[in-house]
Write a protein that binds this ligand. Structure first.
Ligand SMILES: *Cc1c(COP(=O)(O)O)cnc(C)c1O
Length: 428
């Protein structure tokens, strides 16, 4: 091993808090096995899916198989980003010009921009005020004859009502895309999130619960969709049944117009490695949040994002705290978030995403991909989102690395909220 790696002590405790300075464990986490896998990818000289077969399955295939098994869905197609997983999901469902896709109004911009990039219309639909995830009733009410998919997002530390949404999907013959980019490992009634949608998508971006830095995953039970997804992500190619050493193990098919969205072998090695830690980390975060839930009972006016009863195993990408402004003097969510970020040395504490009908990052009217005749329907402000807006005014999120801390630090968070509230009350 290189001296530079051998001397990096963080390799031995990438998952442990740095006792000297930081209260909160660092993210992303890794250990010496992670380094070993990266070196293995390096030395194999197969750095990508479209490199020659070396005699053993690519890291991409190994990860795809492990993740498919983990979620309980037969087909898994890794991609270079969560955004590209959404892109190929939409393309596999033949979504294009003028089609409508229902997208929750409170989520990361990629959910809507993946749709608008195809010349399709993201129909922004409001969230349920309790879970902050797509409201099934509002989604069904927004279905028209042009609706080609419903995209549900499991947000922060909760999930959309997948039972109601799969029923709506069946009743209206509209496929369900399940975006699980914030819910790796979560379970509804004992069944993994990501196994309910016609196609599900995950991001493996650096901040996510399972990460390769950049990366994504598309999953499906449908073998025909899986074949399209494979080709869509590798310029129309798919894995061969009988690979030969020294040759590509991809065959040219071209049944659809693919592009290159492949996850590199280094990224796939990181994802494969992280998957081994995921359940344990999720369990630790759950224990932290359960302790915090108890502590919060002493604090009037602060609660946790609502969860459906059937969310049997919640996972926490962010811990989303909801404030009742009537219980505080001079309440302002931006001031509260800034104050907590500073007091806790967690710069990533923020109010929730700005609703997509007024989000700076969602700007389809300034895109060469937006068909001019669709501009009225592509105008984000045309979609009212009162519950998403209320969440923006009352909720903030704490990043998941903080939830890996020692349980005693729930008190640190409670004390910081109390101190911030006192300061806020004094301000005029
Ligand atoms: C992170 C995220 C994405 C985008 O994933 P990238 O890997 O950053 O492209 C999509 N949807 C949701 C809900 C996300 O949180």
């Amino acid at each position: 091993m290189d001296a530079s790696l051998a001397h990096d002590e963080s390799a031995q405790n990438g998952d442990a808090p740095d006792q000297s300075s930081d209260l909160w464990p660092k993210w992303p986490s890794f250990d010496s096995k992670t380094e070993h896998l990266l070196l293995e990818a390096l030395r194999s000289r197969r750095w990508t899916v479209s490199g020659a077969y070396t005699g053993s399955p690519s890291f991409e295939q190994q990860f795809a198989q492990s993740f498919a098994q983990y979620i309980g869905v037969p087909h898994c197609i890794p991609t270079c980003h969560g955004s590209s997983a959404l892109a190929i999901a939409l393309e596999a469902l033949d979504i294009g010009y003028g089609d409508e896709v229902i997208v929750p109004g409170l989520t990361w911009v990629a959910c809507a921009s993946a749709v608008s990039a195809l010349g399709a219309v993201p129909v922004l639909v409001d969230v349920d005020p309790y879970t902050l995830c797509l409201s099934p009733q509002a989604a069904e009410a927004a279905i028209t004859e042009r609706t080609k998919a419903i995209m549900a997002v499991h947000l922060f530390g909760s999930c959309a009502d997948v039972e109601a949404l799969t029923a709506i999907s069946k009743r209206n013959a509209v496929p369900l895309i399940e975006d699980c980019s914030q819910a790796h490992g979560g379970m509804w009634d004992g069944q993994k999130l990501g196994s309910f949608g016609t196609i599900s998508a995950f991001s493996l971006q650096q901040t996510k619960l399972l990460t390769s830095g950049e990366g994504g995953v598309a999953l499906t039970r449908d073998p025909a969709l899986a074949d399209k997804l494979q080709q869509l992500r590798a310029d129309g190619r798919r894995y061969v049944a009988q690979p030969r050493i020294g040759h590509l193990d991809l065959e040219e098919v071209g049944a659809v117009q693919g592009r290159n969205y492949c996850l590199s072998e280094f990224h796939a090695a990181l994802a494969l490695d992280g998957l081994e830690r995921l359940d344990d980390q999720n369990q630790r975060r759950r224990a932290f949040v359960e302790q915090l839930r108890v502590d919060l009972e002493t604090l009037d006016g602060v609660g946790i994002q609502g969860q459906p009863d059937k969310l049997s195993h919640p996972v926490y990408y962010h811990l989303c705290l909801r404030f009742d402004p009537t219980k505080f003097k001079n309440f302002d969510i931006d001031v509260m978030a800034r104050s907590l970020a500073e007091k806790l040395s967690l710069p990533a504490i923020d109010p929730v995403d700005t609703p997509l009908n007024r989000n700076l990052l969602f700007n389809p009217l300034h895109s060469s991909r937006t068909p001019p005749d669709l501009k009225p329907k592509m105008t984000p402000g045309a979609y009212p989102l009162p519950h998403a807006e209320q969440a923006r005014q009352t909720c903030l999120t704490i990043p998941h690395n903080a939830l890996l801390a020692d349980l005693k630090h729930t008190t640190t968070i409670i004390n910081a909220i109390k101190a911030s509230a006192t300061e806020m009350a004094r301000a005029s």
